[in-house]
Design a protein around this ligand. Structure first.
Ligand SMILES: C[S@@+](CC[C@H](N)C(=O)[O-])C[C@H]1O[C@@H](n2cnc3c(N)ncnc32)[C@H](O)[C@@H]1O
Length: 195
């Protein structure tokens, strides 16, 4: 596996109703089109959310092409907090990991939007996202983090704080993969143990 969204594609969600949600729209990984096609095949609603209007415009074209879903321009946490619908799966791939290369490539966008672009802000974004997802997650619903790896027992990357928090709050890891720990290239899929 190369991208976190592949964990959702490979996981059997058939028979479980609910919204498929992507936080962080297509930017080279192919996730929006693939998840929209998955939602279409499973006959469920799909929404892709991004804070950057240019990304949302791109995502809108992709959901039209797929013939399924909607694209929304909003902060991911605020969007999920505003939802009162059953959610079956969430692909968490928004706030970028902070590193020299990402600051160079994407830092300006965060600055223009007035978003603090620090490792702490990244980790608390995903923690708040996880907390916002839980009230609407259906039994057997799953949460997936991209760019998250376990390095010698330590969670690193986007889900560095959110994954341990979910594990302390009744979630279990269904599957994970690691491509490269040095770049946090990998992903993890979690489900609530008691749901
Ligand atoms: C890694 S890219 C998403 C890649 C995409 N999932 C793919 O596979 O191609 C991260 C995206 O998150 C968006 N983003 C950053 N902060 C965000 C926030 N607070 N809420 C929603 N989206 C955010 C960025 O604009 C960017 O488009």
């Amino acid at each position: 596996m190369m991208f976190g969204h592949e964990l959702i594609v490979a996981h059997d969600l058939s028979g479980t109703d609910g919204l498929l949600l992507e936080i962080g729209s297509e930017r080279g990984g192919g996730s929006t089109f693939i998840l929209a096609m998955l939602a279409k095949a499973q006959g469920r609603p799909f929404v892709s959310v991004d804070i950057d209007i240019n990304q949302t415009a791109k995502a809108m074209r992709l959901v039209v092409l797929a013939g399924k879903g909607e694209a929304m321009c909003c902060d991911g946490v605020k969007y999920v907090e505003s939802l009162f619908v059953p959610i079956v799966a969430v692909y968490c791939d928004a706030f970028d990991i902070v590193g020299a290369r990402t600051i160079l490539r994407y830092g300006k966008g965060y600055e223009v939007r007035g978003q603090e672009f620090t490792e702490e802000a990244c980790h608390s974004f995903y923690l708040n996202l996880a907390k916002a997802i839980i009230p609407n997650l259906v039994p057997d619903g799953v949460v997936c983090f991209d760019d998250t790896v376990n390095n010698k027992g330590q969670w690193q990357g986007k889900g560095a704080v959110a994954v341990p928090w979910l594990l302390e709050n009744g979630f279990e890891i269904l599957k994970s993969f690691t491509v490269d720990v040095t770049t946090c290239s990998g992903g993890v899929l979690l489900r609530h143990e008691r749901l």
